[in-house]
Design a binder for this molecule. Structure first.
Ligand SMILES: *Cc1c(COP(=O)(O)O)cnc(C)c1O
Length: 391
């Protein structure tokens, strides 16, 4: 089909890359060992601490979020250790696959696919671990497959209430720079992210922020490792921070993305995500009144500002998604794993504004109408009415 104008990416990753980031990357290679490039790279790692809201260290990798999952396992755990992973959906499940493959013992909870993890389930699992074999609780803050926001601070309190020494590690791939994660204030020992979501960059870089307790645990961990090892990635040269050639263009892009985030200010970044997410939710709530659609996340507080997952009790979300993508030039997320065929996901993270979101919502309403999915017309107007109150 002939397509004109801009196609919209309304995926929960990868997200829109700002022109400013793309332009910053369009440069020939320089000698990365030069003083200027080294200084800029160090500056990026320093500024990332502001985004992670930590005084800990940030380690960069040329890797995906999947790589960051393995980074925390390799640095913090040894064969025979156990971890507790609350079952939140497709992404916690993928992390668990990696944990099992590495011979680490896995303790999990009952599923929390439509609500935030119950801190009591975490506390109970930790109390049952009298010998303290569980070395870490690994949780996903925004579970991108369900759109559910999980309460990191509540899980920290549950660990403390159980009197358990386990570290708290957070997958913030979908949540960093989209929803608040004050790492130090909430007692998070390590957090991971990837470049292609809230950081508005191409896929291909990963970051892990490490607090003092996790650093100590890594130092004490004798499990064999090298490439991912935080201990290998130190020194004066950016070559060592990457344990190999720094990805120059990505770092220029990162510099531009961090400038954009810090110019806007992290509180304003979170407020923008909250405003646009609420507009999407107003539309979904309105459409849902006809009885065929509902929020995957049951409680309003569990609906993340990064992605909204819409359950179809009638009609085919995949047909709507493909129609919107192939005929109307807006790409939404589909259902992953057990949610496939049941869910359509509206990503609203990263470099997004009102016209982009309203355009996408209007296309989704068009798709619902064309494919005869029962919905109350006027969801876009409901979003407009909400946005009109926000100035
Ligand atoms: C996207 C995502 C990942 C995976 O990131 P990749 O870079 O694709 O490996 C992991 N966790 C969450 C919560 C995500 O949203």
């Amino acid at each position: 089909m002939l397509q004109r104008g801009r196609s919209f990416i309304q995926l929960p990753g990868p997200t829109n890359i700002p022109d400013r980031v793309l332009a910053a990357m369009h440069r020939p290679v320089v000698d990365f060992a030069g003083r200027e490039f080294t200084r800029m790279t160090r500056g990026c790692l320093e500024d990332l601490k502001q985004v992670f809201q930590t005084r800990g260290e940030v380690f960069p990798y040329v890797a995906l979020g999947h790589g960051m999952w393995e980074v925390v396992l390799d640095n913090l755990l040894a064969l025979g250790d156990a971890v507790l992973v609350p079952d939140t959906g497709r992404f916690s499940a993928s992390w668990c696959e990696m944990i099992r493959a590495q011979g680490i013992e896995l303790v999990t909870t009952s599923p929390f696919y439509r609500e935030s993890v119950d801190p009591a389930a975490v506390e109970e699992a930790l109390r049952a671990d009298r010998g303290h074999r569980i070395k870490a609780v690994l949780m996903v803050q925004v579970e991108t497959s369900t759109g559910v926001l999980h309460d990191v601070a509540a899980v920290r309190r549950a660990i403390d209430a159980a009197g358990h020494p386990a570290l708290l590690v957070v997958d913030a791939v979908a949540s960093l720079a989209t929803v608040d994660l004050p790492m130090d204030a909430w007692g998070v020992d390590a957090a991971i992210t990837a470049s292609q979501k809230g950081l508005m960059m191409p896929p291909g870089m990963g970051f892990v922020a490490v607090g003092p307790r996790a650093r100590q645990a890594a130092l004490a961990n004798t499990a064999p490792r090298k490439y991912w090892d935080w201990g290998s990635r130190r020194g004066e040269e950016s070559y060592m921070w990457f344990y190999g050639t720094p990805p120059l263009q990505m770092i220029w892009g990162l510099r531009a993305a961090l400038d954009m985030l810090l110019e806007e200010g992290m509180p304003a970044v979170f407020a923008r995500h909250a405003r646009l997410a609420e507009a999407a939710r107003r539309a979904v709530a309105h459409w849902s009144e006809a009885g065929a659609l509902e929020f995957q996340a049951l409680a309003p507080a569990a609906r993340s500002n990064a992605v909204t997952a819409v359950r179809f009790t009638q009609g085919d979300p995949e047909a709507v998604r493909l129609h919107c993508r192939d005929e109307l030039q807006v790409a939404f997320g589909g259902g992953l794993g057990p949610f496939q065929g049941h869910i359509l996901r509206i990503g609203h993270m990263g470099d997004l504004n009102e016209p982009m979101l309203l355009g996408a919502l209007a296309v989704l309403e068009t798709g619902l109408r064309r494919l005869d999915v029962p919905h109350r017309p006027g969801g876009v107007t409901a979003a407009v009415e909400w946005l009109a109150t926000q100035r």
